[in-house]
Design a protein around this ligand. Sequence first.
Ligand SMILES: [Zn+2]
Length: 179
Amino acid sequence: MGEYNIEVVRSRRARRISLRVTPAGEVRLTIPWWQSKAAALRWAEGRREWIESALERVRHRREQHPPRSEEQIEALRKVAKVKLPAMLDAASRRTGLRYGKVTVRKTHSRWGSCTREGNISLSLFLAALPDELIEFVCIHELCHTVHHNHSAEFHALVNKHTGGMEKELQKRLKTYLPR
Ligand SMILES: [Zn+2]
């Protein structure tokens, strides 16, 4: 499929090298603070096939979900501002996981995020997804109020609150793009 750039991000928290292709089609290599950049890039070179097929999937998804116009985005924002906080609240009551504030933003890079203080931000593009995926993202972010990472304990909690469906829902979520 040709060439791609690898963005190397040095992280204080990372314990090992990790590789990710973002929904925007960027290849991101996160490395521990002590890791040599050259060695990390050699490591990534050994994963060229994986990177290329991940980029191919992203390209396919982008074709299936062309960007919305400004007008469409504003219409979706109106729906999102009502629907998303209501669904987050319902998920919070159902799971017993409490959060601080909720904000709805025009975020293209992720569906949601959660701060250390337990404030949750949701992408307005989430409002265009099927309800069960909206609920899934709400549960994912609510579980971050307990575990501020993607540890095994975190995933076990998400899995518990999704009736053992985390992997399946994650797979479905990956077929959409926040745009
Ligand atoms: Zn997360």
